[in-house]
Write a protein that binds this ligand. Sequence first.
Ligand code: PGA
Length: 247
Amino acid sequence: MKPFFYVANWKMAMNLHGAKTFIEHIQQDSALKKAFATTIVLCPSFPHLYPIQKQLLNKPFALGAQACSAFDNGPYTGQVSASTLAECGCTYCLIGHSERRILLKETSEDVAAQYRQLVINHLTPIICIGETAEHWVAQKTLAVLEQQLTPIVHASKDNPTECLLIAYEPVWAIGSGRTPTPQELTVIFSWLKDFIVTHQIAGRIFLLYGGSVDEINASKIKEIDNISGFLIGSASLDFQKFKNIVL
Ligand code: PGA
């Protein structure tokens, strides 16, 4: 059975005490620990990775970073390399989140360079893609997704990876309480499935949905064909809400 991924993107919203308490809750929760075919990936902010890794040691939860540098080493003040993330115990890393594409002007080519660094350092990339409200209204979603994924297709030829996660997150759905309808998601995920099959980007690829996933809508979205996980922002900050999404 394919695993279902629950990736918690804590952004800049969780302090170290909150993160440690959250993890203690997970570790003490027998139902969560026994959840079958479930992979939980926690993505705290950079300085919390190392202390959290110690807490997660030998536990069935994975650690992910929220971003990584496109460079391997050198004079890049404030950036964090993929090899450093690996040293801190990360096995996953988000790249291409729309907040970085928009606020930091990261391009799809930058994201492909970050992808290469992750693959070289044996981390599993979680590539975020998604259209703005303007593109959604203009029905340009699939064209935007293709444009965002094409540099990854090229990068994957030289740097193939065994496992890859792609998170479709409409920018207008993030933090807004709005999501596409199940019918709309069915069309988009079926297109994504065809795209990855055609281009053979990785050995195993899991497609995730992100954008206002919560306790109410999760079970419906989970039933949609080709969705193998969630990328969860605000609802992942509260242990009980997160647990209700997973179970
Ligand atoms: P949200 O955030 O769940 O709060 O909409 C998702 C994300 O930005 O990854």
